[in-house]
Design a protein around this ligand. Structure first.
Ligand code: UDP
Ligand code: GLC
Length: 383
């Protein structure tokens, strides 16, 4: 099957990392069309996945755009749509991986008479999207998509609650290759040395720096934990949230946490870094659609404390495969971290259970089989 994948981002967010895995079986017969250049394009090239940047101008519509702003930027879409229509004629199916890709892919699918699949990585709620953008996404998906693949039941439910047609949705979780996450047997204190944190309890936070990812909540919690509890923050502000980065550094200074916190920026050696952590914290203050980092930490055999909202409750069973705390509650987070630090044996049992369960529930082979079956159904019914 020949697939034209579309994604708006040049950066490596979770949706893009997920797409790399999905494109793999179609390596010889697909094209990934991007609307921005950046590290995503480079990684696709390294993995030998055909890729082309289709837009030379950045597309201006933002998640919180108003109707007037959306309308104003519509004209900037015309050249990209024209390119996508031309490309689409060489493929059997258009696979939109992001919201702007849905807009462009939706119009292009109409003009090129190709079926459209939308991979929904977002919770289409007021916390994440303006009313206008939700309406555009729902209207286009309802009118044009043969299938909406939701990354969790929570994302599916939000789509339906916003007016999306339930009958075109299917839930497919992100898949992973468990063998890539097997922790190295190296001595934990050796792994911590580069950060100057050996001998201390290290909490890892792996996420782009963005207010809704809640790094500030972990800093607040850290100030309430015993003094040997430290944190590494892995990730960068991918979508221009520099003010928040500044705010985090000020918060570290105000709380006197300079000796207990390290910011490592964006890194590609996630597995090695997770192996150096005693615990991984996920602190999103708004509902997380899925949360790849949670599964990655489980596969690395690291205990996870995560916030109880969105798709996360489908990943973590409280007290059995990790711990859940209310979003935005730094006190509960501090209590959960401290209790893991104080009960290493119980914590290890839970993280071992989580590792076993995650390698079965979130396996890339199964995910790619599910997607192949769904896509075959669509392309088969078109012919
Ligand atoms: N990640 C990474 N380097 C970093 C920080 C994060 O490669 O410095 C990866 C992380 O391992 C995960 C993805 O980025 O696979 C983030 O996905 P997630 O679903 O957790 O959140 P998103 O940012 O997509 O909302
Ligand atoms: C999006 C979501 C994240 C999810 C990822 C992969 O980036 O924010 O929760 O894990 O897509 O589906």
């Amino acid at each position: 099957m020949k697939i034209l994948f579309l994604d708006q981002s040049g950066e490596l967010g979770g949706a893009e990392l997920c797409l790399i895995d999905i494109t793999k079986p179609y390596q010889d017969s697909c094209l990934v069309g991007l609307f921005a250049d950046g590290s995503f394009r480079k990684l696709l090239e390294q993995r030998q996945i055909p890729v082309q940047v289709l837009a030379t101008q950045p597309i201006q519509v933002r998640k919180q755009s108003s109707f007037a702003q959306s309308l104003g930027s519509a004209s900037s879409l015309v050249p990209v749509i024209a390119q996508v229509v031309q490309k689409a004629r060489e493929y059997d199916l258009i696979y939109a991986n992001t919201q702007k890709a849905l807009v462009i892919g939706g119009i292009a699918s109409f003009l090129s008479h190709r079926p459209l699949v939308y991979h929904l990585h977002d919770i289409l709620s007021i916390d994440h999207f303006s009313r206008t953008n939700r309406r555009i996404a729902i209207t286009l998906a309802n009118a044009r998509a043969s299938l909406v693949i939701a990354n969790s039941i929570a994302s599916q439910a939000a789509f339906v609650a916003a007016g999306g047609r339930a009958e075109i949705t299917e839930v497919v979780y992100n898949g992973f290759e468990p063998e890539l996450y097997q922790s190295h047997q190296a001595n934990l204190s050796q792994l911590k040395k580069p950060f100057g944190l050996d001998g201390r309890f290290v909490v890892g936070h792996f996420s782009r720096l963005s207010p809704w990812k809640g790094q500030h909540i972990l800093l607040e919690a850290l100030a309430q934990c015993p003094k040997d509890v430290t944190a590494i923050f892995v990730g960068d502000a991918l979508f221009g949230e520099q003010d928040y980065v500044q705010q985090l550094h000020e918060q570290v200074a105000n709380l006197g946490l300079e000796e207990r916190v390290r910011f490592l920026g964006f890194r590609s050696d996630i597995v090695e870094l997770m192996a150096a952590c005693d615990l991984v914290a996920h602190t999103s203050t708004a509902a997380e659609p899925f949360g790849r980092v949670i599964v990655e930490a489980m596969l690395c055999g690291r205990p996870v404390v995560a916030t109880e909202a969105g798709g996360v409750v489908e990943l973590v069973e409280h007290g059995h495969t990790g711990w859940l705390v209310p979003p935005g509650d730094s006190q509960k987070l501090a209590e959960a971290i401290t209790s893991c630090r104080n009960q290493p044996e119980y914590t290890a049992t839970v993280s071992h259970q989580a590792q076993l369960q995650a390698s079965q529930r979130f396996n890339l082979t199964t995910t790619n089989q599910q997607i192949a079956q769904l896509l075959n159904r669509i392309v088969g019914s078109e012919q």
